[in-house]
Design a protein around this ligand. Structure first.
Ligand code: ZN
Length: 434
């Protein structure tokens, strides 16, 4: 809409100020004969301005405004505060200033309810996958990100048995938002590692989000050379809200540790593997290849916390695991069920690096060698004893360190299921009686 302002009465205002004009007239206006008439607001000395400056606050007492004016003003203010953070220039981690598209900055948990078609996003990198070419010849690259708010519809892998498979570091799947970069953005994406912070410019929700029943975003192909994925320096103030949420999560995981119980000095340890050289957890996370390494780490948390739910029934024929029941035959094919464990351990080494490692099947039976899955399925009275050792194993004050063999592997049953995973293998806990 054009606004023709009579300069004599024009107050000073800046970009971002909200201007309320009263008694303005709408006129039809053609610059030349034959032009399509355009409407414009015209104001003169009878049209007082009210400026709501972004710096000096409101130019008028709120109660001087009518209800309708109030409503409009509040809507503008909400929009202004949503976009305010981007009016500043961001400095990327390489020191380059980055000019951002003026879009609202949304957190993962705001994306569904916010009506903006395009938005910006700040997140921590959980995974950055190789570029792939689609059958139609486009290129895509998938990023797994978190801003430590909850994704109401996270991508969950098909295997229902392992609902929280895919946790990376401290980031569980419900905190992860997947973003697909298309074509020029897939090519221009900077090199990213776990723990990097990025700002994504001009994202939108994937249109198939509802059909797929999961919330994902993407940056669509564009014909410019601008960098839409920008690595953000750790000290940039735009990260403050995210870092605060991250610190809260870390504190919560710390607090979820075992209750105070009687401490046994050496109640539990791993079988000594003298000839195995261990590497720091950080090094294992940064490794770009699959492989098997040993780490020396404490168990800071295990999940699920209810260890009875570690026990599952596996059907070899159906290649599926089920919730453990007293049944010995598969409901689907009547094949014999094999009791197995599936659990996740948050491991932390002396440098403070954390990793979620899964333990399952034969490797789990070996790890818990005195309490294999079949034994616990046969004799449920053993659970309290087993649990006592597990609680000791990750006791806060008397934190024992264990040597674990960790297999790192790339899980890639499909574009949206891929990612690095870690599982405990070739390790054995020894439970010593007091
Ligand atoms: Zn079966």
């Amino acid at each position: 809409m054009d606004v023709r302002l009579s300069e004599d009465y024009l107050p000073k205002f800046d970009i971002d100020d909200i201007v309320l004009m009263r008694n303005a007239i709408v006129q039809s206006f053609s610059a030349r004969i034959g032009d399509k008439p355009r409407t414009q607001y015209v104001s003169d000395r009878t049209s007082p301005y009210v400026i709501f400056s972004k710096d000096s606050g409101d130019g008028v007492e709120q109660n001087e405004l009518s209800d309708a004016e109030q409503e409009i003003l509040q809507a503008f203010k909400a929009w202004r505060s949503a976009t305010k953070e981007y009016t500043k220039t961001l400095i990327s981690s390489s020191g380059e200033p980055v000019l951002l598209t003026r879009r609202p900055l949304l957190t993962t948990d705001e994306i569904i309810s916010n009506k903006s078609r395009y938005f910006n996003y700040i997140g921590m990198v959980v995974g950055c996958f190789d570029k792939v070419q689609t059958p139609k010849g486009s290129y895509t690259r998938t990023l797994k990100l978190t801003d430590f708010t909850t994704n109401p519809h996270p991508y969950i892998r098909d295997e229902g048995a392992f609902a929280d498979e895919g946790t990376v570091g401290i980031v569980s799947p419900d905190l992860i938002l997947q973003c697909t970069l298309w074509d020029n953005h897939a090519h221009n994406c900077p090199e990213l590692q776990y723990g990097d912070y990025v700002l994504l410019d001009n994202c939108n929700r994937n249109s198939n989000s509802f059909e797929r029943k999961c919330l994902e975003i993407s940056i669509r192909t564009s014909n410019d050379r601008k960098q839409y994925v920008v690595k953000v320096a750790k000290h940039d103030s735009c990260l403050a809200p995210l870092l605060k949420r991250k610190a809260l999560l870390e504190a919560r995981l710390e607090g979820a540790k075992s209750p105070e119980i009687e401490v046994l000095q050496h109640g539990i340890r791993t079988r000594d593997i003298h000839d195995k050289q261990t590497i720091p957890v950080r090094e294992l996370i940064e490794m770009e290849t699959e492989g098997m390494e040993y780490v020396r780490a404490a168990i800071v948390q295990y999940k699920p916390l209810d260890i009875k739910s570690w026990l599952r029934d596996y059907c070899r024929k159906c290649k599926r695991t089920f919730k453990s029941t007293i049944a010995e035959q598969c409901e689907v094919c009547e094949g014999l069920l094999k009791p197995v464990y599936q659990a996740g351990f948050v491991l932390e080494d002396k440098e403070g690096s954390k990793l979620v490692a899964w333990v399952f099947d034969e490797a789990a039976d070996r790890l818990f060698n005195e309490y294999p899955a079949q034994r616990l399925k046969n004799d449920a009275s053993l659970w309290p004893e087993f649990e006592k050792y597990m609680i000791l194993g990750h006791h806060q004050k008397n934190r024992p360190y264990f040597t674990f063999g960790i297999k790192k592997y790339y899980y890639s049953l499909g574009t949206f299921t891929e990612g690095w995973n870690y599982c405990i293998v070739n390790s054995e806990l020894i439970f010593e009686d007091d």
